[in-house]
Write a protein that binds this ligand. Structure first.
Ligand code: UDP
Length: 239
């Protein structure tokens, strides 16, 4: 592409719900193929892509806990759900001829690699998509925190959070038609206005380490590519 890229290495966070399409549960391979196409466009212009995928389409520890399970067991199940999503995404990427490797914070020999930061960076430099699964490996965290953590660790230029709405609004735009979108926010504003973009752990980590976060709508065709070439999609959060 002749378009200049603004970012060389990104960490993209997809929620589990984004993988289930119109179904209420599980994984829709058609949705994965669409995402693989968008990610492939980035790889094609030389952008290094790290991926963190949530598990909310399958299990969430807090919800399992509310239904009676032990919280830590539920969180372990949630992390295993992210591994399943990551394997499905790798499958879609490889079918589109995009080389990818899944790493897991929880070792699972024979299925995928154990997370290794230096190896992840080498794979990214070689043009592979690296999917970081099993979150942080710890209960009581979220995959948003995992995305920020891995983004900071592998020295990504930007964490990209894909959502259903095209950025951060003054109120929930699904419920309040007068809600307005922010183009830019500081971490302090996000925290003081309790905007609920990501959990506090994730926001504090990015604030402390100066990792910018952009919230955008993944469904919007070409949004990812626009961001990479410097367009003002969604909302940028930085110090
Ligand atoms: N989880 C965890 N530790 C982590 C990341 C995730 O225990 O570091 C568990 C937690 O139970 C969470 C579930 O995995 O609810 C799925 O992740 P998340 O809710 O972040 O998925 P998303 O909402 O992005 O689909």
């Amino acid at each position: 592409s002749a378009r200049d890229k603004k970012y060389k290495r990104i960490l993209l966070k997809l929620s589990g719900e984004q993988l289930m399409g119109d179904e209420g549960f599980g994984i829709d391979p058609k949705v994965l193929d669409k995402m693989a196409l968008e990610i492939g466009q980035l790889v094609g212009i030389g952008v290094q892509v790290g991926l963190v995928i949530g598990g909310g389409n399958l299990f969430r520890g807090a919800a399992l806990n509310a239904a009676g399970l032990d919280r830590v067991t539920g969180d372990h199940m949630g992390m295993l759900a992210t591994v399943m999503n990551a394997l499905a995404m790798r499958d879609a990427l490889e079918r589109s001829n995009i080389n990818s490797t899944v790493m897991s914070a929880i070792p699972m020999s024979g299925v995928l690699e154990h997370y290794d930061r230096r190896r992840a960076i080498r794979l990214l430099e070689a043009g592979e998509v690296v999917i970081f699964s099993a979150g942080t490996g710890n209960p009581f965290f979220t995959t948003d925190s995992a995305a920020c953590l891995r983004g900071i660790e592998v020295e990504a230029d930007l964490v990209l959070k894909a959502t259903k709405v095209d950025g951060v609004y003054t109120a929930d735009p699904m419920k309040d038609p007068s809600a307005e979108k922010y183009d830019r926010l500081s971490f302090d504003e996000v925290l003081s206005k309790k905007l609920g973009v990501m959990d506090l752990t994730a926001m504090c980590l990015c604030q402390e380490h100066g990792m910018p976060v952009r919230v955008f709508r993944m469904d919007k065709v070409g949004a990812l590519l626009n961001i990479i070439t410097g367009s003002n999609e969604g909302t940028l959060i930085e110090n």
